[in-house]
Design a protein around this ligand. Structure first.
Ligand code: FES
Ligand code: FES
Length: 201
């Protein structure tokens, strides 16, 4: 680390050094690419490193600092702004994407940790011009107002069904409880998910 004229380190330098230290002492922290079992993680950064993310069936290469979240990489580097940033703290679910078919809050994971995974965002959910059944259900049930939470709601609902079909509306509410809607479109969201999950009213 370089010191300034008074022998001090910048906050950025201290953070970068902390990240590198953490990378050396834990399994897969920020600043380290995950490694195969038994192998030491590759320590990268703190400057930008090249990552290749497989998003919506395409490999997209970009440069990111190791501390950059998947959410910011998608939005700021790959121009996939359908994934929304609400709280940026893992509380609202607006940033939900699918990683290898599992719903993940993209503000809570680092882009470099998701190399090699299959990432699906709302832009990649439809099959060409044919919408995914969950997108159709949200439209038919009018399951949104402002629409800000909707991409995350839809991907979370798709992930929920992959985890196992909810058997009741209560299970849908429970399964979708990590996705908040400031417009309180909850009844319609439950209706939409129930339609696709074939849960009776
Ligand atoms: S932006 Fe990720 S949970 Fe709110
Ligand atoms: S539709 Fe507005 S936040 Fe959910």
């Amino acid at each position: 680390m370089e010191e300034d004229a008074k022998g001090r380190f910048s906050r950025r330098q201290v953070l970068a050094a902390s990240t590198a230290l953490a990378a050396a002492t834990t399994v897969a922290p920020g600043g380290a690419r995950p490694a195969a079992a038994g192998a030491a993680p590759e320590i990268v950064g703190p400057g930008e490193v090249r990552v290749a993310l497989r998003v919506n069936g395409q490999v997209r290469e970009t440069l990111v600092e190791p501390r950059v979240t998947l959410l910011d990489a998608l939005r700021e580097k790959l121009d996939l702004t359908g994934t929304k940033k609400g709280c940026d703290h893992g509380e609202c679910g607006a940033c939900t994407v699918l990683v290898d078919g599992v719903r993940v809050k993209s503000c809570l994971t680092l882009a470099i940790m998701r190399e090699g995974a299959e990432i699906t965002t709302i832009e990649g959910l439809a099959d060409g011009s044919r919408l995914h059944p969950m997108q159709v259900a949200f439209l038919e049930r009018d399951a949104f107002q402002c629409g800000f939470c909707t991409p995350g709601q839809i991907l979370s609902a798709v992930g929920l069904l992959k985890e196992g079909r909810p058997r009741s509306r209560d299970e849908i509410r429970e399964g979708m409880s990590g996705n908040l809607c400031r417009c309180s479109a909850y009844p319609n969201i439950v209706d939409a998910v129930a339609d696709v999950a074939e849960v009776p009213r």
